[in-house]
Design a protein around this ligand. Structure first.
Ligand code: PBG
Length: 320
């Protein structure tokens, strides 16, 4: 037997490839910051910026033109506006709501416009929820805030909301609030298996996070794979339209399990630290940047992801 016969030429390899990257599988996460006049580079994510409202519109158009499927927006409010309950998250004039309206006005339905549904970007303590008297994240009080945020984001024009806070019951709670307010068409991309990861490091800089401490009391513990299937069952029962595994590369086994079990589309999120690792090694000349990027994206497809959230979405889509 000679498996090598199928590896002899580029044309042969292309023909027998089981997976091909395609722009329509890619989603661009993007940050928009209130009160800045110029895009602000994020040092730990070379090539990624905190956008102004104006530069975000341009980035959305560039993504659409490259054929990228969607954009996932994160809002960074002015520091002075953050508070214990995350008021900028429900204010119709909060930065995320403004950015949603901007992007919809610019691209209409040409991109799937998504928004992060979480409190960490808008609270002064930086946790993904509101705190109880002991300083712990209060699950059910947080659900009430998520419902209010969901309505603000839906009213601002989001096609898809991404509840990412890992509160129990968040998908069902948000679904009921949306339906009761007439937003039946707004879809939910559930952060189903989301692990308490060191690889979120650069994201903290990207959203000027105020967090001191960690999220281990609500995000999943890295040793646990089986738990992802429990989270999947709950999210499906609560009405998730799509599910996600996050981070990406360190959790390809979890992605495979979720993809095998899920009747709805599955996304993988290639997070900030994964991006930073490749960029840093490439900058030192230690790896071939483009090959490494494509290899990581292909790995997600091979492990069962239908779509990938990646900070390289526009760049990769443009050269495919
Ligand atoms: C929570 C959220 C986080 C990320 C996406 N949504 C941070 C966290 O859970 O700590 C991380 C994304 C990345 O690291 O690229 N709002």
């Amino acid at each position: 037997m000679r498996p090598r016969r199928l590896r002899t030429t580029a044309a042969m390899r292309r023909m027998v490839a089981e997976h091909h990257l395609h722009p329509s599988d890619l989603v661009l996460p993007a940050f928009v910051r209130e009160g800045i006049a110029e895009p602000e580079p994020i040092a730990s994510m070379p090539g990624v910026v905190q956008h102004t409202r104006d530069s975000l519109r341009k980035a959305a158009v560039a993504a659409a033109e490259a054929g990228v499927a969607g954009i996932m927006l994160f809002g960074v409010p002015e520091e002075s506006k953050k508070d214990a309950v995350g008021t900028p998250g429900t204010d119709p004039e909060g930065i995320l709501q403004r950015a949603l309206r901007d992007v919809r006005a610019e691209v209409g339905d040409g991109l799937v416009v998504m928004s992060d549904l979480c409190l960490d970007e808008v609270t002064d303590h930086g946790h993904c929820g509101v705190l109880d008297a002991e300083g712990r994240v209060d699950n059910d009080a947080t659900l009430r805030r998520y419902a209010e945020m969901a309505l603000a984001q839906a009213e601002a024009g989001a096609h898809v909301l991404g509840p990412s806070g890992m509160m129990d019951g968040q998908v069902g709670h948000v679904r009921r609030a949306l339906d009761a307010a007439g937003h039946q068409d707004v879809a939910l991309l559930a952060y189903t298996a989301k692990y308490a990861s060191a690889f979120y490091g650069p994201f903290r800089e990207a959203v000027n996070s105020s967090l001191s401490g960690d999220r281990r009391a609500y995000q999943q513990d890295p040793p646990n794979g089986r738990e992802a299937l429990r989270e999947l069952a709950l999210d499906l029962a609560e009405g998730a339209d799509m599910v996600m595994v996050k981070p990406g590369l360190p959790y390809l086994d979890v992605l495979r399990q979720v993809a095998d079990a899920s009747p709805v589309p599955v996304a993988a999120y290639q997070i900030s630290g994964e991006y930073a690792m490749v960029e840093a090694a490439a900058e030192k000349g230690w790896i071939d940047r483009e090959r490494a990027i494509d290899e990581t994206l292909t790995a997600f497809r091979r492990a069962g992801a239908d779509m990938v959230l990646t900070y390289w979405a526009t760049e990769v889509a443009a050269r495919l």
